[in-house]
Design a protein around this ligand. Sequence first.
Ligand code: CA
Length: 223
Amino acid sequence: MHILIIEDEKKTAGFLKKGLTENGFVVDVAHTAEAGLFQAHVSGYDLVILDIMLPDKSGWVVFEEMRRSGNTTPVLFLTARDSVEDRVKGLELGADDYLVKPFAFSELLARVRVVLRRPPVQKVQTIEIADLQIDLLKRKVRRAGQQIDLTQKEFVLLSLLAQRSGDVLSRTMIAEQVWDMNFDSDTNVVDVAIRRLRSKVDDPFTEKLIHTVRGVGYVLEKK
Ligand code: CA
């Protein structure tokens, strides 16, 4: 198994290379986006570990350029902070997994093994629940064929509920995932956002999809 690490921090790259080599992987390292793209292009890798913060281009751009050139090698992103925007972006782009720095090597190794064992599949682009369609790549939402315009946060909130359709999500969990911060559990920020989302996604339609579970939170599902 041949892995390419694209990471400008030499210490991190060296530590990853050493650990992965000790675990039987053949590892190359590139310290810039350009060098990484070149190597990914000329050598067949089983996995690319890609840092998002690179000096010349972001990891997102590297990933998009890889995919645009037809390179389907699985990619595991390394992100510096656990940002919801990063996660949503990674998901939209079709990242295979991501790891938030700092992480334990054992955690990385476990993710690497999971990604390598996973058969290549078509990434989910569109979620459909009843007559609601969410295009995660194009960030477009339609209901009963009508386009619905959402703000960025509303889109993240709806995507979260839709991806976990059938699961009741607590206000605290929603606050952490959508706003990337901890709210007091008695805050009504989530309730206000849900109300706005409902006014666009549910109110104009007969069938309601966003349901309140009293004392717990919210669930999006076809009842
Ligand atoms: Ca970096």
